[in-house]
Design a protein around this ligand. Structure first.
Ligand code: FE2
Ligand code: FE2
Length: 265
């Protein structure tokens, strides 16, 4: 582990076999080169572009992912009901009622305690409880517990909701990274209060696709206005991620950088 800083890598939505294979082939090397302490990946699209299965969960773990966050597609495959109980899987926190799994989990790595939260937006999304107020409660409880390293995957559609959340949580958490749109935004930065931020990490899948799905299928769907069976794109694999250095003492972010790279299988 690094001395002063906790190095966190967050990987944007892993899309089907393309995303999984890319991680299996390259993640361990990236981990070593960048001296990463912990890898968090969004796995909601890891199974054929929709949902997660036991097989895709195991593949991501084997590739070097430590913690898997989820999003609106988590219920798409029935395997989720067993996977969700694993202590390295986090489902969105702010469902309106009691559902399986946990939205916040606390981890310990070489004596350092930190928390990871999966959070769902409410704009163009299934409506959960207010994510802003949900975070207030989570932060209050974690701070009572002496935990000041808090990492949030904010799975949301609207850029405005994500930017507002970043400012709302600034100085109170370590890092908030958006997921769900599958398109990386060019605004990674450390906010003035010390929280690392990006509106969307992007996806780990095919650059020559429409947000992960074969582009010809999606173009045809738009042209004909008929449903089409989705196939995950596999022409030009890319990894989208961020790497942040979090001060172990203060829990605040020192730096955040984007990764947006084409890689071969
Ligand atoms: Fe996604
Ligand atoms: Fe999503």
């Amino acid at each position: 582990m690094n001395n002063k800083y906790f190095k966190v890598m967050m990987i944007g939505d892993v899309i089907g076999r393309t995303g999984r294979t890319l991680l299996l082939d390259h993640l361990m090397e990236i981990r070593a080169v960048e001296n990463i302490d912990i890898v968090i990946a969004n796995g909601e699209n890891s199974a054929g572009g929709l949902g997660i299965t036991s097989k895709t969960y195991r593949a991501m773990k084997q590739a070097g992912v430590d913690i898997i966050t989820l999003g609106n597609h988590l219920w798409d495959k029935s395997d989720i009901y067993s996977i969700i109980e694993n202590d390295d899987v986090i489902r969105p926190l702010n469902y309106p009622g009691k559902v399986e799994g946990e939205g916040v989990r606390i981890f310990e790595e070489a004596g350092l305690r930190f928390a990871v939260v999966s959070l769902l937006g409410r704009v163009y999304m299934p409506r959960g409880e207010c994510p802003f107020r949900a975070m207030d409660k989570v932060i209050e409880n974690l701070k009572k517990d002496g935990i000041n390293i808090i990492i949030v995957d904010f799975h949301a559609e609207a850029t405005s909701e994500k930017i507002a959340m970043g400012f709302y949580l600034d100085s109170r958490i370590s890092l908030i990274a958006g997921t769900h749109t599958h398109v990386q935004t060019n605004d990674s930065r450390v906010l003035s209060g010390g929280t690392g931020y990006i509106t969307d990490i992007g996806m780990t899948g095919d650059r020559e696709s429409v947000i992960g799905i074969d582009k010809d299928i999606i173009i045809e769907k738009f042209l004909l206005q008929q449903p089409r069976r989705f196939k995950v794109g596999n022409k030009k694999p890319m990894i989208n991620a961020v790497i942040a250095a979090v001060d172990k003492k203060t829990g605040l972010c020192k730096s955040i950088k984007k990764i947006n790279k084409d890689l071969d299988f």
